[in-house]
Design a protein around this ligand. Structure first.
Ligand code: ATP
Ligand code: MG
Ligand code: MG
Ligand code: MG
Length: 571
């Protein structure tokens, strides 16, 4: 590829709505362009990365025996009504009507359609097992689209669906997918962890999530460094012992509280069941500079809702404050005795649906960055709003459920999810086949997703520096960039550049030749921002000695490489 015929469009500054590094860098590198909330055009540079991600996924899915098809984006509502998801999915499911007034869903996934394919195409056990997959546009009307491709509304997913005769078969298909995912994420060159995503017996989980490890991840991963135990926070919490019920709290029925809507909204929003045990809260805040000191403000609503008492806490010098355990919560909240009840060290605060929940939710509500702002309270707007990361009943140092050590916690970005569905869909949709005994039986299903476009964001969160993106070689938009010094002026430079360009291309290396005539500084800055792993500079001075300059994207300085060795050197 020649840069003059490609489309390179970089920015010095990221737009102000870009909060995390991957979003900023993708915008600056001209990889994506925002069209609307959670909706992006994949620009040529970004699309190249997407295609590489897809190619690796496709290769490993095919290798694992899955078969590619392509199911429609727009799907008749009738199918979704058969499984009840038309009603259950709520506002995240995008619905449209055609000119005849018929309802359609824009697919967030394709269980219904693929089950419809299976029930009409598969008659006999001889046709099983089969695993259908596609790489297709998804739409989810996310409550808060953000972080660019990380949580888009329109995005690309690889979703696969396995069909088996029996539970053992389904578990085998699941294992095959689990292994394929491991190969896929290894090939991306990313640091990742697979975690149990439900609270099934240890080792026998029916669902796993694959997470790219990153501090900016939205999920908390609980693992034991001295054993195989790893689970997402929800699964880990389900295994944790329940806390004590807050002593003085009186039951709060849903209809009895003036804050009903708010509490429920918050709970739903944070994916927080109303009955919940809390052991720690982790939050950060864009620390406000106050007299040179960073200050974290916390707002706490307490007491009777009608009173709406507000307590503002100020911690100088902190951008992150961590409630490591209930005793600290008590220290904070407990200056008002009875508020959360008397709680000892490391004893979890139980916030079953009682007043404590309401208060805790108020706290969360005021404190979260999800655009959830108090209306009825004395909420100073001039106060910076903390970001709630976690509300947990599992903390670092707790014993691992497998008894083989203590727990550690890290953050992750969910990039893949594998799930044993059993007959969840085949039952509702009557997807049967004739088994060996000639009797109809329900198909046992599994489903397996990978967030293709989310991978880009996740990869950058793990691989960047102050100059820009550092793509892992396997998914970089280009592997090598050739930067000639004076391509237009020097025939020697031009000839050598062209020769090298041809040599690299015939060696199957994905190379871009920067023939735009940019100044060296601007040219280097562009490719460092874009994150191309290898750079070769071709200049008259070096050529006189038969040398080219090579610099890897992570290298601090360039190295001289003899002209004739460069193709081998890069390979
Ligand atoms: P999340 O917890 O982040 O909302 P999810 O659990 O709802 O994701 P799944 O239904 O498991 O997502 O879908 C499979 C994969 O699709 C996820 O593991 C993730 O990589 C990707 N994905 C889900 N939602 C989005 C989104 N809004 N934008 C980009 N990728 C997404
Ligand atoms: Mg989701
Ligand atoms: Mg999830
Ligand atoms: Mg998931």
């Amino acid at each position: 590829m020649r840069a003059s015929r490609f489309f390179v469009s970089t920015l010095k500054e990221a737009p102000s709505d870009a909060e995390i590094i991957s979003h900023k860098l993708m915008m600056r590198a001209g990889m994506i362009k925002r069209l609307g909330s959670g909706i992006y055009t994949y620009m040529p540079m970004g699309l190249r990365v997407i295609r590489k991600v897809e190619a690796i996924v496709r290769e490993e899915m095919n290798r694992a025996g899955a078969v590619e098809l392509l199911m429609p984006v727009v799907q008749p509502a009738e199918l979704w009504q058969e499984t009840g998801r038309w009603d259950k999915m709520g506002p995240e499911l995008m619905r449209v009507k055609d000119r005849h007034g018929r309802d359609y869903a824009i697919q967030p996934t394709s269980e219904e359609v693929v089950t419809d394919v299976a029930r009409s195409e598969i008659r006999s056990y001889r046709q099983l097992p089969v695993n259908f997959y596609h790489i297709q546009t998804k739409f989810r009307d996310e409550r808060r689209p953000r972080f660019g491709l990380m949580r888009g509304r329109e995005f690309t997913m690889k979703d696969a669906y396995s069909f088996d005769r029996d539970v053992e078969g389904m578990q085998k298909s699941y294992r095959i997918m689990y292994d394929a995912y491991t190969r896929i994420f290894n090939r991306f060159g990313l640091q990742f962890r697979a975690v149990a995503a439900d609270n099934g017996a240890i080792g026998g989980s029916g669902s796993h999530e694959f997470h790219v490890i990153a501090d900016t991840g939205e999920d908390a991963l609980v693992y034991c460094p001295t054993s195989d135990y790893a689970a997402n926070i929800e699964a880990a919490e389900a295994l944790a012992p329940a806390g004590e019920r807050a002593a003085a709290a009186e039951p709060l029925t849903k209809t009895a509280t003036p804050n009903k809507t708010r509490c429920e909204d918050v709970a739903e929003f944070l994916n927080l069941p109303l009955a919940r045990t809390v052991k720690s809260i982790v939050l950060t805040v864009d620390a406000a500079e106050e007299g040179g000191e960073k200050t974290l403000w916390l707002l706490l609503l307490r007491g009777d809702h009608e009173l709406n008492e507000v307590k503002v806490a100020k911690i100088p010098g902190l951008a992150e404050f961590r409630f490591a355990g209930a005793s600290e919560i008590v220290e904070w909240f407990g200056s008002e005795p009875g508020y959360l009840g008397p709680i000892g060290t490391r004893k979890p605060v139980n916030i079953v649906a009682d007043r404590a929940v309401a208060n805790m939710s108020d706290f969360i509500c005021g404190a979260n960055e999800e655009g959830f702002h108090y209306t009825g309270a004395n909420w100073g707007r001039d106060i910076p709003q903390p970001i709630v990361h976690d509300i947990r009943n599992v903390v670092e140092g707790d014993p691992s459920p497998d008894g083989k050590g203590v727990l550690a916690i890290q953050r992750g970005i969910e990039v893949g999810h594998v799930f044993q569905l059993g007959t969840r869909y085949s039952k509702d949709m009557n997807a049967t086949f004739l088994d060996v005994d000639g009797k109809p039986a329900l198909m046992q299903m599994g489903c397996y997703g990978i967030g293709i476009t989310r991978i880009l964001g996740a990869a950058i969160e793990q691989n960047f520096d102050e100059r820009g993106i550092i793509w892992p070689a396997s998914i970089a938009p280009f592997q090598v960039v050739l930067c000639p010094m004076g391509y237009d002026r020097s025939e020697t430079v031009r000839n050598e550049t062209e020769r090298l360009y041809a040599a690299l291309q015939s060696a199957g290396i994905d190379v871009i030749l920067d023939d735009r005539g940019e100044r060296p500084g601007a040219m280097f800055a562009d490719w460092e921002l874009i994150g191309v792993p290898h750079r070769v500079v071709i200049g008259d001075r070096g050529l006189k000695e038969g040398m080219l300059e090579y610099q890897g994207r992570r290298d601090a300085a360039a190295t001289g490489v003899p002209v004739e060795q460069m193709a081998d050197f890069i390979r």
